[in-house]
Design a protein around this ligand. Sequence first.
Ligand code: SF4
Ligand code: SF4
Length: 468
Amino acid sequence: MSERIPATNIPVQTVAPAHNAEPIVTKSFRGRYRNLRIAGGGLLFGLYFVTVWLSWDGRQAVLWDISQRQFHIFGATFWPQDLTLLTGGLVICAFGLFFITVLAGRIWCGYSCPQSMWTWLFLWVEQFSEGDRNQRLKLDRAPWGVTKLWRRGQKHVLWLLISVATGLTFVGYFTPIRPLVSELVALEAGAMSLFWLFFFTAATYLNAGWLREKVCLHMCPYGRFQSVMLDDDSVVISYDAGRGDPRGHRRRELAPAEAGLGDCIDCQQCVQVCPTGIDIRDGLQMECIGCAACIDVCDSVMDKMGYRRGLIRYASQRQLSGGPLRLWRPRLLAYAAVLTAMVVALAWGVATRDLIGLEVAKDRSLFRYNAAGQVENSYRLKLLNKASEPRTLLLSVSGAEALTVNGQTRVRLAAGESRELAWAVALAPEQLHRVSSELVFSAIDAEQSGQHASRVSRVSRFTGPPGS
Ligand code: SF4
Ligand code: SF4
């Protein structure tokens, strides 16, 4: 078994001015990992903002309808009874995160986490409105005037617009978005919709505009787990100390060997671009969110110096010590096998889930005699059509000879409709062989036939008089 990498908790360093209370002002940079994040982020933003407007079968394609307790996703409808499937999906996501962390560190944080993606978007707006790092530091120090008011105002207006769009979209996944927008335009939106719209707008504005890396450093537990999950073969963002040290400034025309130095020119650019304000050269730290900004900027420094790229790069501890890259070790293979099994089980569960819901509740009264002298028990049958089209259900009960049913046995339900039926089941006293016996209630789709017909069964008890 590989050894765990100790992820140190080095106090966060900020870049000029350097103390923890000061906000981190990052420098802009270019590079291939930045391009990758922009491409991936663009796709994720597109999915988030566009999906909510898609329709399917005349209904919003993705909608968590809280009032109806239904989750619609592209023609499929899930009900509270399908909670185990949702739980399974969440467990798979959590396990997938473990898997990807063991494989490649915090790439989820760097490339897909909503907190990171919105923070990068807000940072881009800040740079657009106020300029690069030095201009922003200068603007910070400048007295309030027209220029400062204009630049700051522009930034906050853009942040607010993005926040409103984010909040509205989020609420739109829980309340149909087209009617919601119409109500907002007509100033007729309900108090609940307005509250959640305000809440998610404020949350976006505060988290991405003001709190930023503090959410990652102090609120998100994921960074704390990484030292447990990473091992010597995890591919993480690393500074190659063997190649970079001793660090120091030198004239460009001087080769590192001639200057008696390593490849790191100690330009501090990797610190200046870091959104959490750390120095990756101090080793793997809990504060590192794996954004690869330091790789991009250091590569550009290496290019300028005419050195080989990759002084900071994705590498395992084993590789940095001169060993081979070992991606598929037993631990990761075991994780992959478990993850695959869970995904297959969930897919099977979704594909074969019951589209008929049936619950049977026996009345509290034990039994009674009906007019024909039979022993009778009462039940409430709750039926649900989970399909997106109407269904006719045939109801039956079995478990004893010569059962008679007083209640509806053929029911037509609209798509998504639920209905409650009162049933009385009666048995002749001579058919009763014990005080309590088992009955099986079934609902079957009348429009299907044979063994492939959708059917659901529930077990309940039939109670007779003492001495039966
Ligand atoms: S950007 Fe590269 S060269 Fe500059 S200080 Fe960081 S590691 Fe050294
Ligand atoms: S150390 Fe590098 S990868 Fe980690 S958060 Fe800072 S810039 Fe991003």
